[in-house]
Design a protein around this ligand. Sequence first.
Ligand code: URA
Length: 237
Amino acid sequence: MRLDKLVSHGAGISRKEAADAIRSGRVLVDGQAVTRPETHCDEGSAITLDGNPIVTGNRYYMLNKPAGVICSTRDAKGPTVLDLLPVYLRRDLFPAGRLDKDTEGFVLLTNDGAFAHRMLSPKKKIGKTYRVTLDAPFSLETLQQAFAQPMDLGDGDITSPARLRLIEDGDRPVAELVIYEGRFHQVKRMFGRFGLKVIALKREAIGGLVLDPGLAPGQWKPLTQQDLAKIFSVSDD
Ligand code: URA
């Protein structure tokens, strides 16, 4: 395929912008600057724009979402998760599953709708692991039993069984909760049924893929096929 077309598709910029970037030497093909937009390139070549790799097919990123950022593709009221990525990578990306504005942690951004559907489908039973800080102590046994069974969230929304364990005891206990679906405000509503308020919430893993501890809030990284396979490697039947 022509280099300008590959760069335009992969970076989400116009053909003219791609051609200008190529002519000015900002595009490397297998480490060498190629300055003619019409050059024919193999789709498997390693292409970079300003040092950033260009991926032409489906794309997948792990983002450590900070609190205060909205999990949608567009919002007039504030920054969205896409604003944390460089402009040339944003095109067609969306968050596969949403976190509340005040929730932190692992958001998977992709342009692959079928993958997102597979990952989010409750039928696939992919666990979403949350670290939850609560405003008051609670009976672990009572909550473990309640969460392990289908539970009415108060408006007829019934959860599927979830797993709870205590991580830190005290006045502001910290727990780990694994849920296998993604209902609106689900974690907050589950604890809310027992009069508990969630004061901090962070998603730490999706399936067997754990949020990279090297990613500070706001940072992101591309995911490999091995990473993606981990998502589906831990599921309870
Ligand atoms: N459950 C919630 O209540 N909020 C989130 O952001 C994610 C799960």
